[in-house]
Unconditional design. Structure first.
Lengths: 277, 144
């Protein structure tokens, strides 16, 4: 009986070398939870499952303070896209498998990474989720790449393939279904970011404001917490006739001042001139 | 106590709750719907409230009245919903040892309630228009 070969160590790799063109600003720097830039949060999540964690980046990101204290693996190949980062990591650590996670998966969780690591098949070139949001297509940006993948990938690359999804599809990839499709959702545009990840307050409407807004309440993204600016934006949106000098503010069922600071989840109401009695 | 109600105000029962053997005076105020406002004929009106904030402010106003005036009991009830001409919109009652404090406290309460409690009046006029009162530029076109 032969001894099974030792399992290659599992390292983490955060993909942070993208240009974030559609987002218009560095996706790695966006904060989703606890105000932590998501590249750092993703690295922290990976460190729960992986022995070492690296950040895949472009050579020109070496001095970026965002990546301070993280072990960097600069892109070493002349290929575009995430494949470069994966191949560069495997070239730097040929004996290791990499659990790769993109830095734009806002819902990535410890559970999702643990489940992926538990399903890992070292005999397969890769272990990856099937993404229900992409009709069950393999998701290359939250996947484990075994050391053997590099050679296979180079072969496919020589044939012109650089898309990691196509490469994983072309190999005998071990697939698993995610327990929750949400954590594979990525945020590529400002709208994605806003919709899912900017904290909100609930604006409640009464009297003339309810009549004009045609709704009792709505969620409002807390991009900035200045009450005058929020009022002005809602005034423009709904055609409120009243200037700020005749409107009062209430937060969580108590009168507040216009310079009060809002917190996520607060209920906010603008109070038009009252006329009881 | 401060209450909002969508039912007709039961003034007699509210008055009975003010009874106090140390009281030498009981002053009550009833605000009722009149058939005109600013020279326009009013057919009916509706009150809308922000209940949680209205209760909080209403109770705070009654507590302020107790702190400012030597009174024994104080209560206020305000209507919500639709009212016809002559309907009672608001009721305030105060009992005190002496009439001066009772009058002053009752006046303070109704004035402060009108000023501070988030309740809004929507008037329906004989000419078919509808307006939120005290709200410059808040006329609505047509009936609703």
């Amino acid at each position: 009986m032969r001894e099974p070969p030792p399992l290659p160590p599992l390292y983490g790799l955060v993909l942070a070398g993208g240009r974030s063109r559609r987002m218009g600003r560095d996706k790695a720097a966006l904060a989703y939870q606890g105000g932590v830039p998501h590249v750092r949060r993703t690295a922290a999540l990976l460190s729960e499952t992986c022995g070492r964690v690296f950040v895949s980046c472009r050579a020109d990101q070496a001095a970026d303070p965002l990546l301070d204290g993280l072990e960097q693996i600069p892109d070493a190949f002349a290929v575009g896209g995430p494949l470069n980062g994966i191949l560069s990591a495997q070239a730097a650590h040929p004996g290791a498998a990499f659990l790769v996670a993109a830095c734009d998966l806002p819902f990535l969780s410890s559970e999702a990474l643990r489940a992926l690591a538990a399903a890992r098949d070292p005999a397969a070139p890769a272990t990856a989720y099937e993404n229900p949001a992409r009709d069950g297509a393999i998701e290359p940006l939250c996947a484990i790449y075994e050391p053997g993948l590099a050679d296979a990938a180079r072969t496919l690359m020589a044939a012109g393939l650089t898309c990691p999804t196509k490469i994983l599809n072309g190999l005998d990839t071990r697939r698993l279904a995610p327990a929750d499709a949400l954590f594979l959702a990525n945020a590529n545009t400002p709208e994605d970011y806003e919709k899912a990840f900017v904290p909100t307050v609930t604006v409640e409407y009464f009297a003339i404001f309810r009549a004009l807004a045609k709704r009792p309440a709505e969620e409002w993204p807390l991009r900035e917490s200045s009450l005058p600016r929020i009022y002005d934006a809602l005034r423009a949106r709904h055609g409120f006739p009243l200037g700020r000098d005749s409107v009062h503010v209430a937060i969580n069922d108590a009168y507040a001042s216009w310079d009060a600071v809002l917190a996520p989840g607060d209920r906010l109401a603008f109070i038009p001139p009252v006329s009881g009695g | 106590v401060f209450h909002l109600t969508s039912e007709p105000i039961a003034a007699a029962a509210l008055r009975a709750a003010l009874e106090n053997s140390a009281a030498g005076a009981c002053v009550t105020f009833e605000g009722v719907v009149r058939n005109h406002n600013d020279g326009r004929a009013v057919l009916r009106l509706e009150y809308e409230a922000y209940p949680a904030l209205a209760h909080k402010e209403g109770e705070a106003i009654l507590a302020e009245a107790r702190a400012r005036f030597r009174i024994l009991e104080a209560a206020c009830v305000h209507r919500t919903g639709a009212l016809e001409i002559g309907g009672m919109a608001v009721w305030v009652g105060v009992s005190a040892a002496h009439r001066g404090e009772a009058f002053d406290a009752c006046r303070f309460i109704i004035d402060t309630v009108k000023h501070r409690v988030p309740i809004w009046k929507r008037e329906f006029y004989a000419d078919g228009t509808v307006e939120w009162v005290n709200c410059a530029g808040c006329a609505e076109s047509g009936k609703s």
